[in-house]
Design a protein around this ligand. Structure first.
Ligand code: HEM
Length: 151
């Protein structure tokens, strides 16, 4: 069992609290992303009706829930997306920023409910997600015994 899988409830709980308080995180997440990293707005120039942004965030949150829990597919998905997003001119290091932006927005929505254990769970999660972003070659990570390895 992975480190993250020992505390899946904290990641899930934080996303559930956010979902109760905020119907759609999409506008706030991208507002924060573009405010902190203005160069990223140009990447979405074709997404004039915001459908891609919404779809993408939904997929990212689903993947985070899987990664923090059973880890059926998220690690592989992230590795695939790193490769496919090269076609959208999104370099791998942007993934870390994007996941960090999601966490920062959740932190704001949760306010005082963002407890130190939730903070720690997210920090660990971000680190482990980054392992797959920086190691997109599935042949090399399939049998990895790293802390970010399969659950
Ligand atoms: C695990 C992480 C990610 C997942 C699962 C994901 C998923 C997706 C999906 C499914 C699409 C196509 C949406 C559609 O056409 O309906 C997409 C497009 C795109 N994504 Fe991501 N994405 C991820 C990370 C990122 C990051 C970190 C960035 C940069 C901020 C990014 C930027 C884009 C851009 C620029 C497009 C194309 C927009 C266009 O159509 O021109 N993605 N992504």
């Amino acid at each position: 069992m992975s480190d993250v899988a020992t505390a899946p409830n904290l990641i899930e709980a934080s996303l559930e609290i956010a979902a109760e308080r905020c119907e759609d995180l999409t506008p706030a997440v991208y507002r924060r992303l573009f405010a902190e990293h203005p160069q990223m707005e140009a990447l979405f120039i074709r997404d004039t009706n915001n459908l891609v942004k919404g779809e993408m965030l939904a997929r990212v949150i689903e993947a985070i829930l899987d990664f923090a829990g059973e880890r059926h597919y998220a690690a592989t998905l992230i590795q695939c997306e790193v490769i496919t997003h090269a076609g959208y001119d999104v370099p791998p290091d942007i993934f870390r920023l994007f996941f960090g932006t999601v966490a920062a927005e959740l932190r704001e929505v949760l306010g005082k409910d963002w407890t130190p254990p939730i903070d720690q769970a997210w920090r660990r999660l971000l680190e482990q997600l980054d392992f797959y972003v920086t190691h997109p070659d599935q042949a090399l990570t399939q049998n990895t015994s790293s802390p970010a390895g399969a659950a």
